[in-house]
Design a protein around this ligand. Structure first.
Ligand code: C5P
Length: 273
């Protein structure tokens, strides 16, 4: 049976780096949500594994066995499939990308075979939260997930200035001592209340990414100029998000940024509850 799975953009509304493991991986404390825009993975039973990459954002996507989709697929040990990855999100941009696609691949293959979705943390630090596919507090290096209070209705404008940032390079550029854990989470009454809480948090990778790519600062300035409740980088960048209370506010801001920066990737999408 042919099966399809969504790979929604993963957004770190905040991301504190709280320590470092002996193996070099960093310990994180992050509020992760998903946006109503993403890639899609389709799996069709076939005699041999294959991967076709389609869609508007195929530039820079590795093909064949280098793609995390293929690594995830082969790791299942299940029957072969012809996979089609439709890319709508920019590559290497801090919003899940490969991890979201890997998680969607595992879901699509499980649906195709009628099997349970396997555990797959070894494929990448963000794969467990992408497999869970719902808002979560993510700790450890990404393997420890906890439920969070219900999120209010909120909308995002995602902006990528066309600069690919390497996750290991951004972690390597971190400076200073380990940061504090996230403040206590509480039920948020609305998007503004969520933004107020987030203002007491950080993305500790943002200063490092800004040193590596000045376009990150430009992106945050564009969002701030469009009256967002909060502007911040997601993950290791370079995609930044602006938080808005309504769909209309987000659509207006996205339209204005897109007109001012026609070469940038700009998308408005709701936070998925
Ligand atoms: O697991 P993933 O492939 O996403 O991580 C890419 C790189 O990012 C790792 O090799 C490591 O250098 C860095 N990283 C880290 N701490 C994390 C996640 C990633 O140092 N929690």
């Amino acid at each position: 049976m042919t099966a399809e799975a969504e790979a929604p953009a993963k957004i770190n509304l905040c991301l504190h780096v709280t320590g470092r493991r002996a193996d070099g991986y960093h310990l994180l404390d992050s509020l992760v949500v998903f946006a109503g825009i993403g890639d899609t993975v389709r799996a069709e039973p076939a005699d041999d594994w294959s991967l076709t990459v389609a869609g508007p954002m195929t530039g820079g996507v590795p093909s064949g066995d280098d793609n995390l989709v293929m690594r995830a697929a082969r790791a299942t040990g299940g029957p072969a499939a012809a996979l089609t990855l439709t890319k709508r999100l920019p590559v290497a941009s801090g919003i899940g990308g490969g991890s979201a696609d890997a998680a969607a691949t595992l879901r699509a293959l499980a649906a195709m075979d009628g099997r349970a979705v396997p555990d797959a943390g070894a494929l990448g630090a963000d794969v467990p939260v992408c497999l869970a596919g719902r808002p979560a507090r993510m700790r450890g290096i990404g393997e420890r997930l906890d439920a969070v209070p219900p999120l209010p209705q909120a909308h995002l404008v995602l902006v990528n200035p066309g600069v690919a940032l390497s996750t290991p390079a951004v972690f390597a550029a971190l400076q200073g001592a380990a940061g504090s854990p996230l403040p206590r989470m509480r039920p948020w009454t609305n998007a503004r209340d969520l933004a107020d809480w987030l203002a007491g948090c950080r993305n500790d990778l943002q200063p490092a990414a800004m040193r590596l790519a000045s376009a990150v600062g430009d992106t945050l300035a564009e969002l701030t100029a469009q009256d967002c409740l909060l502007a911040r980088m997601s993950g290791s960048g370079a995609t930044c998000f602006g938080l808005y209370a309504t769909q209309a506010d987000a659509a207006r801001a996205a339209g204005r940024i897109g007109a001012r920066q026609p070469r940038w990737w700009v998308a408005a999408a709701p936070v998925l509850a």
